[in-house]
Design a protein around this ligand. Structure first.
Ligand code: SF4
Length: 947
């Protein structure tokens, strides 16, 4: 590697620099924290860190004001007034932990499912999931269900990996980069660095997004698509590429299931499944010997089209033939998609032609001998230099799973997955779908004082893996992995409070939440959720959700609704582990993980949540946390990070393992491991050998590397599933041909949404409401300087965003007589809000939008009572219902994707009308008054608020 000279960018301002990992958003950049006199003076980017290479964003540098924010909680709190009042008393940790273990212990003894444990956007899910599994409740998940599970689930089910934490564009080689629905805070520094590389090389950047801000504003081409129609646009590109024969046939045959024979036997229980041999191997049709042979048979030349006699009375059709027949239909042509997407047909045709031209006419070849998993040797890597990236904008719809599948299908068709210039996997991905566990949570999986028999989350291989009882009813509180959301790989956190309040499918005793602001910006129907948290059973006078334990570092809106508050530290005061067992920070060329550590000691009576969880596990004597005598195995989270082994030799951190710290991936625990990380800038990287860097899904050297590093115990190559047999199994259940048979009420949804080939259907809310009554879309976008509500208390970041306005397209302003600074009522089927507007033309003509999570509740986050966030800021969450409009079938249908349960935030439909001028947005809620909490008159850098 060429070493570039580096300018000294900052004067020394400190006594000492401590290197750790940022947590002002989820990107996990390396930071240098300058300490002077025991206090934090300055934060800059770590120029040796592989994620950000010294780049620091506004959020990262403002970490100092996060750390000294007046909103920090100071000590454990016990509620002494009604929920929502903010009336608490400070208690000791001993009292707090005794109370929590008393509540939790009782649940575990009587009925463990009556604990619901859900966490927000934390980065310790391998610990929290393990804790919940040892506790024995089936009710655990993190925030993925209301974030971007559609991206993760569709990616893993299609190509064995997904965008962001599982893969990345090949920024150094791509010549055409197409981004769908990505807000500018997402994967923030890596994307900025990547786009700057494209700009320097003159590579083309196309952004597809209803809103033109942030990344989209510097794109070479912006396609202002109508929300919820991205899938239609992508399938129009597929149509054009197929029509022009701009597809990589050799790649499809080698790496995908395009040649696998799909049983053509309508009306039978096998129709649409793959034909298999006696060992269960999928069959292909060998064109030289003219007979079906198992996929992977050496030298076989498999057919991509035709209809073949399987020799047992059935016929088989290659998946590719079904695919071509489907997408060559004129209903997928750009002309057919133009009106719905709002994108002219010639623009779509032009983009498809450019994708085809760059992929095939500007192909890359890197000379590097490598061997595939079938033993065939190759002289180099062929690259199709077209890359894609997508996130929540396309996934937070009720059709988001199939849209994300469509995008992966497009990548596979042009041969652009894990090749030079295309999308590249980041270890430990790719993983085949059957390397993931199936979900656990049925009655036979748990019991009193017992651990759950396996992980909560995973991927059902068919309806037989659903978490339902003998009557077909959900066994999880959030109804994940039931007929409601069969492949809910990250759970449905957005349904937890509504279902617990309704006692549907059953009531709970304890709700335990971490870092999830469910009483405000993390919930749909915010006012309704607040009412549910406050609601009491008139017969008993008790809250319907009887006990709420909440852990957070700051006085967010949710704190006011807890009965017991366990105050967390800031990210600069505790150990954290960014683990390969969790959400990795690897790069396409390197396996990477990282830590955080206490660069300063807490000055309040607070403890890191992960250490508190381990303390509770010890008190509850959870298996895996205590020895056979009931003695705790781990002193705290740091001790757990070093000594816990998930499998022999595999622990939370991959680096510096073995007694002398020389082992990577596998190895015995190293007592010095955390010190080694600190000395290395708080991260570890192991580079992938050159002969293993591309085509990881089928590259023998990579597969061997993955086994050496401990990702798998044997090679697990991936065949891209452009046709999904798992989805077809659900369709057969919905047709009544496969056990368990889907209930009558769920059949139309499953038949419509579980197409084994990616498809598009109208988002559910749009289909359910009148277009005349609610003609517009309303969505949010996260700004570059604020990650959800995480910067709400940050004095520097608040100077960038103290309030939000509703951005309204010029044509809508003209129609309604609206000008900049006017106030307007925005009404949905669920409610209405009064907001200040700003005119814009950088938006899809049918779409209103605002910044996410800027509006605050009066009194929360230790903000001034007249703070603009509460006075003028607002949430569009008040307009969104967690349930779809009633269908008259007596069921409660969640406002989610029917495959994964992903919250359909962006399906919202509204109308707008001018309101009288105002000083305050509506609705406005009674202030939260946190007892004895004073806020400073003024907050300045260098004179931070000290409590
Ligand atoms: S992108 Fe910014 S906030 Fe996010 S981790 Fe990196 S420096 Fe921190």
């Amino acid at each position: 590697m060429k070493m570039e000279s580096r300018a000294e960018l900052s004067r020394p301002v400190s006594d000492e620099v401590r290197k750790t990992t940022c947590y002002m958003c989820a990107c996990r950049c390396g930071i240098d924290v300058h300490i002077k006199g025991g206090r934090i003076r300055y934060i800059e980017g770590n120029r040796d860190h592989p994620v950000n290479k010294g780049v620091l964003c506004a959020k990262g540098s403002a970490g100092i004001m996060q750390h000294y924010a007046p909103a920090r909680l100071r000590a454990p709190l016990k509620r002494k007034g009604p929920r929502g009042s903010g009336a608490f008393e400070e208690i000791s940790w001993e009292e707090a932990l005794s109370l929590a273990s008393e509540w939790l212990g009782e649940v575990r003894r009587k009925d463990p499912k009556k604990l619901a444990f859900f966490t927000g956007r934390d980065q310790s899910q391998s610990l929290t999931g393990f804790w919940a599994q040892q506790f024995g409740t089936p009710n655990y998940a993190a925030h993925g269900g209301f974030c971007s599970v559609n991206m993760a689930a569709a990616g893993i089910m299609t190509i064995g990996g997904a965008f962001w934490e599982f893969g990345s564009p090949d920024w150094d080689r791509t010549k055409l980069f197409v981004m769908f629905g990505v807000a500018e805070d997402h994967d923030s520094n890596p994307i900025k660095i990547g786009i700057s590389k494209l700009k320097k090389r003159g590579a083309r950047f196309v952004s597809v997004n209803p809103v033109r801000t942030g990344y989209s504003s510097i794109a070479d081409n912006w396609l202002g698509v109508r929300p919820g129609t991205d899938g239609l646009l992508i399938l129009a590109l597929v149509h054009e590429l197929l029509k022009a024969r701009r597809i990589d046939v050799d790649y499809l045959v080698r790496y995908s299931n395009a040649t696998w024979l799909v049983v053509d036997a309508p009306g039978t229980a096998e129709h649409g499944l793959f034909a298999r041999d006696a060992d269960g191997k999928p069959l292909v049709y060998e064109t030289v010997t003219e007979r079906p042979v198992p996929h992977g048979t050496k030298g076989a030349r498999a057919a991509l089209s035709g209809r073949f006699d399987l020799g047992d009375g059935r016929f088989g059709v290659p998946a590719f033939q079904l695919l071509a027949e489907k997408y060559l239909d004129p209903k997928y042509a750009p002309e057919a998609a133009a009106e719905k997407t709002g994108i002219p047909a010639e623009t779509m045709r032009g983009l498809a032609a450019e994708i085809g031209r760059v992929a095939f006419d500007e192909a890359i070849f890197i000379e590097q001998p490598w061997t595939d998993v079938w033993g065939e040797q190759h002289q180099g890597y062929v690259g199709r230099p077209v890359s894609f990236h997508a996130m929540r904008g396309i996934s937070a719809h009720s059709n988001g799973f199939q849209t994300a599948r469509a995008l992966h299908l497009l990548q596979v068709l042009i041969g652009a997955v894990d090749c030079p210039g295309g999308f590249r996997f980041e270890p430990p991905y790719p993983k085949p779908i059957n390397a993931h566990p199936t979900p656990h949570g049925r009655a036979e999986h748990f019991g009193s004082n017992k651990p759950l028999s396996g992980p909560h989350l995973g991927f059902p291989q068919g309806p037989e893996d659903l978490l339902i009882d003998k009557d077909g009813k959900p066994t999880r509180l959030d109804k994940a992995f039931s007929w409601d959301a069969p492949i809910a790989a990250h759970g449905l956190m957005h349904m937890v409070i509504a279902n617990a309040h309704a006692g549907d499918p059953y009531p709970i005793d304890v709700l335990f939440l971490y870092m999830a602001n469910m009483a405000w910006n993390s919930s749909m129907n915010t006012a309704g959720v607040i009412r549910m948290l406050e609601d009491k059973d008139p017969a008993t006078g008790e809250y319907r959700i009887p006990k709420i334990i909440y852990s957070d570092a700051y006085a967010s809106e949710m704190v006011a609704y807890a009965d017991l508050v366990l105050p967390d530290t800031t990210y600069l005061e505790r150990y954290d582990c960014i683990s390969l067992l969790d959400r990795p920070i690897s790069e396409p060329d390197a396996v990477q993980d990282a830590i955080r550590w206490p660069v300063v000691e807490p000055d309040r009576d607070v403890r890191g949540f992960q250490t508190v969880l381990i303390d509770l596990a010890t008190r509850l004597k959870l298996p895996g946390f205590v020895d056979h005598r009931g003695k705790g195995l781990y002193a705290d989270f740091a001790d757990y990070i070093v000594r816990h082994e998930r499998r022999p030799g595999i622990g939370p951190l991959a680096g510096f393992r073995g007694a002398d710290g020389t082992r990577a991936g596998r190895g015995t625990a190293n007592p010095d491991q955390l010190e080694r990380y600190k000395a290395n800038g708080s991260f570890f990287a192991a580079h992938i050998p050159l002969e293993a860097q591309f085509f990881k899904h089928a590259n023998q050297a990579y597969q061997d590397f993955a086994v050496r590093l401990g990702f798998f115990d044997q090679p697990r190559p991936v065949t891209f599933q452009i046709y999904s047999e798992i989805l077809q199994k659900f369709r057969l259940s919905a047709e009544g041909r496969r056990e368990p048979i889907a209930p009558e009420t769920h059949r139309p949804r499953i038949l419509a949404a579980f197409d084994p080939l990616p498809d598009w259907y109208q988002p559910f809310e749009e289909a359910a409401v009148s277009e005349k009554e609610f003609p517009l879309h309303a969505i949010t976008q996260r700004p570059a300087a604020m990650y959800h509500s995480w910067g709400s208390m940050n004095a520097w970041l608040r100077q960038i965003h103290t309030r939000n306005v509703l951005f309204v397209p010029g044509s809508v302003c003209d129609e309604h007589g609206l000008s900049d600074g006017d106030w307007a009522w925005v009404t949905s089927r669920h409610g209405r809000i009064k907001v200040e507007i700003a005119r814009t033309d950088a938006v899809n003509r049918d779409t209103l939008w605002t910044w996410n999570a800027i509006g605050k509740r009066d009194g929360a986050w230790a903000l001034d009572r007249d703070a603009p966030e509460a006075r003028k800021g607002f949430l569009i969450n008040h307009l969104i219902n967690e349930l779809l409009p009633p269908k008259g079938d007596g069921l409660r249908w969640s406002n989610s994707d029917p495959v994964t349960g992903q919250a359909a935030w962006y399906d919202l439909r509204v109308r707008i009308e001018k309101a009288d001028p105002a000083e305050r947005s509506e609705p406005h809620f009674a202030p939260i008054v946190m007892a004895e909490r004073e806020t400073p008159e003024e907050l300045r850098y260098g004179q931070e608020w000290s409590q």
